[in-house]
Write a protein that binds this ligand. Sequence first.
Ligand code: ZN
Length: 455
Amino acid sequence: MPTVKKLVLIIVDGLTPAGFERAVVSGRAPALAFLAENGTYRQATSVFPSLTPVCLSAIATGSGPGVHHIPHLVWWHRRERRIVEYGSSFAAVRAAGVAQTLTDTIYNLNQQHLAADAVTVFEALEDAGYVAGAVNITCYRGRTRHQPTLPWITKPAFGPKRFFFYSLFESDPTGAPLAVRNRAGGSIDAYAAAVGRWLVTRDGFDFLAYYLSDFDYASHAHGPVGAEDVALERTDAAIQALLDAAGGPDAFLERYAVVLHSDHGQTLVEQAAQLELPLARFADDIVVTASNRAGQVYLLPDARIDAGELAQALDREPSVETTLRFEGDEAVARREGEEVRFRPSGDGWETSGDASILDHPDALHRTWSALSNPNAGELLVSAAEGWELADMGGRHHAGGGSHGSLVAGDSIVPLLTIGVDAVPTRITEVTPAVLAHFGVEVPPPMRAAALAHAG
Ligand SMILES: [Zn+2]
């Protein structure tokens, strides 16, 4: 195997480009500032819906939801005729059933819901003989069986060789403190930092996915700017822990290439709505799933309506900006009663109608992929600026921050590369860039996803 520099992928959940740019000049984030000084910075686009499980699966598989099949934070499982809820809020978790939610989030996302023919960065690298590591990333599928650390949970998970997941799975005894003892106080990233320190000290991987979630948590509560006062220093400290463990910032960059980015942005939300209400008259024919700034409507078998009628019914709903659906082989976006139709054509798109409806970043590619997901609803809903769609526990983040929609603030992320040749402009291009760095061939599903319309 040729000698290549090892690589650390750092994902800061919910960090916006503006937040990243402020952080590096603020003096409050020395680790981010050092990396920015030594790297190439650009903005990149997320996927739609721009929600964490969809985004992290997109990052790990190098493909959109049309390939990886995770549609939302909350969705209707047609075959099992039940709601899958990955943890929108504690109230939503209670409504979906705590045990079911934990099983869905910890196990089923990777073992059942994630498409069998998608390939994760961990699988691709380890199949090529590299050692991969994952810290806390919720899309972690690999080929090594790991027994849980807690005696009352017995089911194994299959992750990369170095696998650390919220104290629940630990491939190695690192002495890290329990992850979940104080979420708001930053205990999850403190756990990640302790594990990361251990891994870098031992140089125990070729590739490490290092996922920090606490910034997003603070941003939901305090808004994307307010989060900087609460969580920026802690996030930076979790990155600094890696630099220190390598013997300092310069020593860290001598040993590792770096990709640092976020999974989606966040925007301020002032108001919340229940997507079920404007669709109440169709209640017998549909299932509505909504959370944060995206929703989905599923038609039940034998429904007496179609997705076009549902879209019309949302024309005057202020919380809804754009809806999307398939009609035959065309996708249809509808906004305030106006429509644009589009479908793949050659390397690009054929559109008819008012194309200005879909003026969002990378909109045709992202929405086509979202619609092509077999687990997606027949109608997809992107919320209007400033609005959030309440989850099944009735919870929302009005007064704070949220994400999930097609709008730029939810969809654009900061992306920094150091020592990596490729220039990713989408979060789905990060894993192909990582594989290229290691000289590993990009697997067919990932290659297909890079085309304009395959997802
Ligand atoms: Zn996220």
